[in-house]
Design a protein around this ligand. Structure first.
Ligand SMILES: Nc1nc2c(ncn2[C@@H]2O[C@H](COP(=O)(O)OP(=O)(O)OP(=O)(O)O)[C@@H](O)[C@H]2O)c(=O)[nH]1
Length: 382
């Protein structure tokens, strides 16, 4: 789900004469929001530096009566229509069929014994849930079966559902919009995972939430990637900043400046695909991030990694490597349709729980939706 960052009015204070210098000092922007997990973060007080020409009296007044802190709240975007929701759930369910088949058939007519646990262990490992998450799930499930004296396989399946939701819930975080006048998002990932397509789909979703968008074709290696983004931008009336065989950091810098000058809400910066083992290319990505910060000190506000859901356990290595290099703020997992390796989400949740903002189950715009742990688990075990 998208959420929006809204400033609440400051508490009423007695009206006092306000010096022009004080007005200038109040106009300091509020720092960026706390991580999106915080339901209603409170921004720390803004300590404003008085302008050089302030009188000593005014400076003293400012020091003695600090501004009450601005408070902020996170407001959820309106939910989709029931029809759109139903349609997404059915696409999610059919997209996850290959992963879910192994997990669900083992419960049919089964008895609760070692064989059931062994089959479940294999199914989880085959789905690429990884050893750590699999062991955690099995141990917690055995304990639950014992504690709650479960006797039917269907009850074990319900218990597994609850544990999977518990495991995946920390990944469910909203992408909070409106924290800054211009919010900068950098998008990275290995080749062909769906970065450019995801940017296109996200831009469309964001436009639907009344956000203005600018795209930066930071994939300066692949002309086709630039063209893909440009065509997408033309079709949807979104400007695209691009340079032929230029420096990706320069493209990003230009885009950040241009967006600020034009009052654009969101800038999305595409980057060329690269493997975490290509150290010089990982260094280039770090440079892009540094240069973005030169264009806007608080940016990038989001650093997203796009992962191909078919990659299985290797996706976990990608999350770790890109997180270590860039400090990821969020993930997008694409191509969960047709993969038998959807268990990778459990592995990510157990070992590197970076917020999973969106999942993709197809090539259409509506096939990319916010991640919801309960919906995902229900689709998996249905
Ligand atoms: N089935 C399926 N295909 C997808 C999904 N997301 C993206 N794709 C397809 O994946 C292919 C690669 O997507 P791109 O967006 O070009 O990938 P990229 O990461 O930008 O590629 P590079 O620029 O080469 O690194 C395209 O054919 C997309 O349509 C998804 O969720 N499901």
């Amino acid at each position: 789900m998208f959420s929006f960052f809204k400033k609440k009015p400051k508490p009423d204070t007695p009206a006092a004469p306000v010096e022009p210098q004080q007005l200038a000092a109040q106009a300091v922007p509020v720092p960026p929001a706390a991580p999106a997990s915080d339901p209603a973060p409170v921004a720390p007080p803004v300590l404003a530096t008085p302008p050089a020409q302030a009188t000593p009296e005014a400076q003293a007044a400012l020091a003695e009566t600090p501004e009450p802190p601005d408070t902020v709240e996170i407001v959820q975007a309106p939910p989709p229509s029931p029809e759109a929701k139903r349609s997404w759930l059915s696409r999610l369910k059919s997209g996850l069929t290959k992963t879910s088949t192994n997990l669900t058939t083992l419960f049919i007519g089964a008895r609760i014994d070692d064989e059931l646990y062994e089959e479940l262990e294999s199914a989880l490992l085959v789905s690429d849930a990884g050893v750590e998450a699999t062991q955690w799930l099995l141990n917690a499930l055995k304990k639950k079966v014992k504690d709650e004296r479960l006797t039917e396989a269907s009850q074990v399946r319900t218990a597994l559902r609850a544990l999977l939701i518990e495991l995946l819930q920390p990944l469910q975080q909203p992408l909070v919009l409106g924290r800054e006048k211009t919010m900068v998002m950098m998008i990275a990932g290995v080749n062909g995972v769906g970065k450019t397509t995801t940017i296109g789909k996200l831009a469309k979703h964001l436009q639907a939430h009344q956000q203005t968008v600018l795209l930066a074709a930071g994939d300066t290696f692949r002309a086709a990637a630039r063209e893909q983004l440009t065509i997408w931008g033309e079709r949807n009336n979104v400007s695209v900043i691009s340079q032929e065989s230029g420096d990706p950091a320069a493209v990003a810098f230009d885009a950040v400046h241009s967006a600020q000058a034009r009052g654009i809400n969101i800038v999305m910066i595409d980057t060329a695909g690269r493997l975490p083992t290509q150290l010089h290319l990982m260094d280039e990505l770090k440079k892009v991030k540094r240069v973005i910060a030169k264009g806007m000190a608080t940016a990038p506000h989001e650093v997203l990694l796009v992962i191909d859901g078919n990659t299985g356990q290797n996706a976990l290595a990608q999350v770790k490597a890109f997180d270590d290099a860039l400090g990821l703020t969020g993930l997008v997992v694409t191509k969960l349709d047709g993969t038998a390796k959807g268990g990778i989400l459990a592995a990510i949740a157990k070992t590197r729980p970076v917020p999973l903002y969106f999942i993709g189950v197809g090539e259409q715009i509506e096939d990319l939706q916010p991640f919801n742990a309960t919906e995902f688990v229900d689709a998996l075990l249905s």
